[in-house]
Each structure stands twice: as C-alpha cells, then as structure tokens.
Ligand binder design. Structure first.
Ligand SMILES: O=C(O)CCC(=O)C(=O)O
Length: 209
C-alpha cells in the first residue's frame, strides 16, 4: 500500500479542517470534499444575485402517477436534467458564472458540462430527500460535483442496502464529489432540521455525452 493510500485509510485527511479530504464510506467507496475553495466562495452580494435567479415555480416530479412539487427551487443549465418521471428544461449555461465549470473541469473532470442549481429556503423547510442521481445521458464513470453556498447544511450518505448513514457538513465554497461507483451504492440527501432558518444554494455539475 502506498503512503497516500495508507494515510487515507487511517483517515488522516479527516483531521483536516481545510483543504482536500478523501473520505472512505467503507473499504472501497468514497467521496471527496474540497473545503472552502477560494475561487468558489461567494459573498453576500453574489449570493443574493444568484438567489434571485431561482424560478418562480417549484419543479414538479411524478411519483406513483402523481405530480409532486419539489420542496426547493431547481433549474438546469446547459443540459436538461431528467429524473423521477420529469425533465428540468435547461436554460443557457452562460447565465451562470463560468467559474463553476472552469474550476471543476480543471480539478475534477474535464467532461463536466451541465449544471443544476437547487435553492433551499430554510424558513420553508426546504430539503432534498434521499436518492441516487439519475445517470440518464451521463458519460459512464464520471463524477457528480456539488458546490455549496450560503447556510451550512448536512449532506447525508446512506448505503443503498444496509443501515446507518454518514453526515458531512457542507459550507460556502465547499465542493463535494460523488464518484460514479459511489452513486450506485450510496444514496445522498440534504435533510432539513429546525435549526436551519437561512438560505442555501447548491450548484451541481454533471458530465453529459
Ligand atoms: O443540494 C445538494 O447539495 C444536493 C443536490 C442533489 O443531490 C441533486 O440535485 O440531485
């Protein structure tokens, strides 16, 4: 075992408060977190501008034949996002600051080309329930990258078959990477807890063929 792998196994990286962490969920599957990347952090002014981009209406998904409004606003850019019997029709990607694609292509995967933004209003108890990301139209093997802004929230991963969960706090400027294989075996979610009263925006990047 090489020294880096050995340190990862010993969770040395988990001790870090900033920088990069590769976190094993079990012996094989992992996520990565790039903490508070200076290029990705935004100030209140930029946050408010991005907040104002949220659609007026909640997106609707079809569950057991019924149309259900998502408990957050959501909008795709560059590539349509299809999941749970619905399609989020994309707006032009140049409506969104290019820094997200630029940073993620250089640091994570050069194929990343689609953005989905989720806006969570704490006062309205917004959340995203446990799910695995749809891989429809994605380039096989590519990761999912989620960049957080605004209020700190919990990002929760659970084994698809199995018990328990692992929580990670995500903050302004954090980029969390879910590799393809991890998305197959683990669900993820951003639950709402009463203490969350403020606003969060996540910018998720995926690689479409
Ligand atoms: O808000 C997040 O960090 C996660 C977003 C997400 O899981 C999704 O859009 O599928």
């Amino acid at each position: 075992m090489n020294i880096i792998k050995e340190m990862e196994q010993l969770n040395f990286f988990e001790e870090e408060k900033s920088g990069y962490e590769k976190i094993y969920l079990d012996g094989e599957y992992f996520i990565e977190i790039y903490h508070q990347v200076s290029k990705l952090k935004i100030d209140t002014k930029e946050f408010n501008l991005l907040w104002n981009e949220h659609p007026e209406e909640f997106h609707e998904v079809r569950i057991l034949g019924k149309l259900i409004k998502t408990p957050r606003w959501q909008q795709a850019y560059g590539k349509n996002y299809e999941y749970t019997g619905s399609r989020n029709n994309a707006l032009p990607i140049d409506r969104i600051d290019n820094k997200y694609l630029e940073w993620s292509k250089i640091n994570i995967d050069e194929n990343l080309n689609g953005i989905l933004i989720n806006w969570y209003e704490g006062e309205q108890n917004h959340y995203i329930g446990k799910h695995r990301d749809s891989t429809k139209g994605l380039i096989k093997g590519t990761p999912i990258v989620t960049i957080s802004h605004g209020e700190e929230r919990v990002f929760r991963l659970r084994p698809l078959r199995g018990k328990g969960y692992k929580d990670f706090k995500v903050k302004n400027g954090d980029a969390l990477v879910i590799p393809w294989n991890t998305n197959k075996i683990y669900t993820h979610e951003v639950p709402h807890f009463k203490k969350y009263k403020k606003r969060r925006i996540s910018v998720t990047l995926r690689a479409y063929s």
